[in-house]
Write a protein that binds this ligand. Sequence first.
Ligand SMILES: NC(=O)c1ccc[n+]([C@@H]2O[C@H](COP(=O)([O-])OP(=O)(O)OC[C@H]3O[C@@H](n4cnc5c(N)ncnc54)[C@H](OP(=O)(O)O)[C@@H]3O)[C@@H](O)[C@H]2O)c1
Length: 308
Amino acid sequence: MAPQLMWIGLGNMGRGMCKNLVEKGNLDKPLIIYNRTKKRSEDLAAKLPKGKTEIVDSIEEGVKKADIIFTIVSNDAAVREAVSSALKGEVKGKLIVECSTIHPDTVEQVAKDVLAKGAEFVASPVFGAPPAADAGQLIFVPAGPKATIDKARPYFKGVMGKAEIPMDDKPYGTSQKLKLIGNSFILNMVSQLGEGLAMAEKTGVGVEPLKEFIDTLFGGVHSGYAQRMVSGTYWKMEEPLFSADNALKDAGHAINLAQSAGMELKNAKTAQGYLKGVAEYAGGSKGDIAGIYGIARQQAGLKYENDA
Ligand SMILES: NC(=O)c1ccc[n+]([C@@H]2O[C@H](COP(=O)([O-])OP(=O)(O)OC[C@H]3O[C@@H](n4cnc5c(N)ncnc54)[C@H](OP(=O)(O)O)[C@@H]3O)[C@@H](O)[C@H]2O)c1
C-alpha cells in the first residue's frame, strides 16, 4: 500500500507540485491538501480529476491521517507555524519533507523539533520557477539521513522533478545553503537582465535585438525571465510568479549566510536594492522579481511599466 501523502501550501510552487504528485506519484488514496486560504485548495481540487484530492480544514486534521507530509510555504515564520501545527498531534513514525526556501539555521531548528517528537525529517528546497513546478521539472536538493530521504525519493525525480542534487547524510542546513547560493545566481541574473534591457532601450538598440542575443547565447532561465520583462508580464500579471517579498527574503538570507562565512555578497546587495524598489512600487506580495526591470527603467528615467 502506498503511503498516505499530505500537502501543505498551495502557492505558485505547491499547486504545480501537487498536480504532478497526483498524476505521476502512484498514489492509491486521494492527496490530502491544506492551504491557509481554503479557496486555493478548492480551486486546485476542482482542476484535478475528481477523487484525487481531499481538502482538510486544518493542518492537525490532515496530519492525523498522513504518513508523509510535504510543506512549501512563503518564509521562515510560515514554516515554523505550519510545522508547529503539524507537531500538535501524535506524529511518531511520520515523515515531514520541507521544500520551502528558508535560512539554514531555521531548518536545523525545525528539524530538531520534528525529531524530538519522534517523526522523521527531510529538508529539500527546490530549484525551478513555477512553470517548472507545473511541468514536473524541478531540481530537488534533499538533505538528512539517507534512509529517510529514500522514503521521499520516489516523489522527486520523474514525478515532481527532473533531477536531484542529493545531500544524503549531510546536515539539513547544507541543502538550504546550496539553495541560497543558487538563488543568488537568479537574483544577479534578473538584475543583469533588467539593467541590460533598460540600457538597450536607452541606447537606441531596442529590447528585441538584446532579447535575441539572450535567447541565442544563454536560453533557459535567462530567456524565461527576459520574456517576463519584454512581454510586460512583470507588471501586467495579477499574481507574481516569484514575489518581491520572497525574493527579498532569499537575498537577505544569502547576504547573512555570506557574512557568517566571513565574506560579502556584493551582487546580491544590488538585487536587494532593486527589490526594495519593486516592493515599494508594486507591493511586496504583488510585485514580481522581474519587476527589477521596472526599477532599472525608472532609474534610467523611463516608466516602471514598459509599452508591451
Ligand atoms: N516562486 C518561485 O519561483 C520559487 C522557486 C523555488 C522555491 N520557491 C520557494 O518556495 C516557497 C513557496 O513559494 P511560492 O512562490 O509558492 O510562494 P507563494 O505563491 O507566495 O505562496 C506562499 C504559500 O505559503 C502560504 N503561507 C504563507 N504564510 C503562511 C502561514 N503563516 N501559515 C501557513 N501557510 C502560509 C500561503 O498561503 P495563502 O494562500 O493563505 O497565502 C501560500 O500557500 C518559498 O519559500 C519560495 O522562496 C519559490
